[in-house]
Design a protein around this ligand. Structure first.
Ligand code: GLA
Length: 353
């Protein structure tokens, strides 16, 4: 039986900009979610990772992993397409809660699979829209477009420089030569992640209202003086982060890895102090790595409040640094982080074993 495979993602830089008409620079990784799909007389969802089978007669939100699948089925129907109930078997090697967008991978694998199985011929942008709609309107997290876009459009050996204001994009070669990117999972997921995420969105909407602007792209640094201190911090992060994305694209194109590394550190500080979405664990990891030889840059990735740290290091240096970190992290938090090696990957596709 064919499987439909969608990858997780790492965002090099451009965090919390994708729902503010900003820039992002993600790539897909070689950890993914796969689904098998077949028409059925009721909805049956199985997950190898969760070791669970769930059977439902109708659309139902359960507050768990099945919502991402049900949300996609719901969104496809909302768009006017006809399907029948389905059985969806999920297989995954993508850690959940690590900030690597396992939810978007599950949504996109399901959307693509349903499109293929029912012959709906949904184009790439439609798949993205369906994934986003499922997450926003069914699951209830008012996400941006980055994760679903990456799960669909990613290309091995390239990052995607995406302008979320108009979905124009450019593939940027991931040429790091003697350097590499890796992840360190803090193995932490704080409960407030989705409520705080929605709160940041509301704060950004308030910024637009207060400044009487339609888009963050129309906001200048001079405008920030008209905001109260909290909103000024949020908006400042978005403006600075957008600049950092364009500088990072240039750095990547010119193989200026040291510049890229310092932009990663700056991004983390901004997410910690201005946008306030990091946490003690990821702050600790980034702070620790700053003092390690061969580490050029590091920052939290994804929505925040836990998850993973992206690390840019000279090839061969990450293992030693990680072993040092592991000890200190354990002393401080009573648990261990995980080193995750990553390679780039293609967007959603079908695999036949
Ligand atoms: C989550 C969301 C994305 C994006 C990031 C933060 O991963 O799903 O849309 O907003 O957080 O950059």
């Amino acid at each position: 039986m064919p499987r439909f495979r969608a990858p997780g993602r790492v965002n090099i830089i451009g965090e919390h900009t994708d729902y503010n008409d900003g820039f992002v620079l993600p790539f897909a990784i070689d950890k993914y979610v796969e689904v098998e799909i077949k028409p059925s007389d009721k909805y049956i969802f199985t997950s190898q990772m969760m070791n669970e089978t769930i059977s439902l007669e109708k659309f139902q939100k359960l507050g768990k992993w099945t919502d991402y699948i049900m949300g996609v089925v719901w969104a496809i129907e909302q768009e006017g397409y006809k399907t029948t109930p389905v059985q969806v078997n999920v297989f995954s090697n993508l850690p959940v809660g690590a900030g690597l967008s396992s939810s978007a991978a599950l949504e996109i694998a399901t959307a693509y699979g349903i499109s293929e199985v029912f012959g709906l011929k949904l184009d790439k942008i439609k798949l993205v829209q369906i994934g986003v709609k499922a997450e926003r309107e069914f699951v209830g997290v008012r996400c941006g477009v980055m994760d679903q876009f990456t799960a669909v459009f990613a290309k091995k050996d390239f990052a995607i420089f995406l302008d979320t204001s108009n979905l124009k994009y450019e593939y940027v070669p991931l040429n790091l030569n003697d350097f590499e990117l890796a992840l360190i999972d803090s193995n932490t997921k704080h409960e407030l992640s989705s409520s705080e995420y929605n709160k940041r969105r509301e704060e950004c909407e308030t910024v637009l209202k207060k400044l009487n602007k339609k888009s963050f792209r129309d906001i200048s640094y001079d405008d920030l003086a008209r905001l109260d201190p909290l909103l000024r911090k949020r908006a400042r992060h978005v403006l600075d982060e957008n600049k950092r994305v364009t500088l990072s694209v240039r750095a990547l194109k010119n193989s200026e890895v040291f510049l890229l590394g310092s932009l990663l550190y700056e991004s983390h500080v901004s997410l910690r102090d201005l946008y306030e979405v990091s946490c003690d664990e990821t702050d600790f990891i980034v702070g620790f790595l700053r003092g390690e030889l061969g580490i050029l840059g590091a920052r939290m990735v994804g929505g925040g409040f836990g998850g993973s740290v992206l690390v840019l290091a000279r090839a061969g240096c990450i293992k030693g640094a990680f072993e040092e970190l592991e000890k200190s992290y354990f002393e401080r938090f009573g648990k261990k982080p995980t080193l995750i090696r990553i390679n780039s990957n293609d967007g959603v596709h079908m695999v036949v074993e």
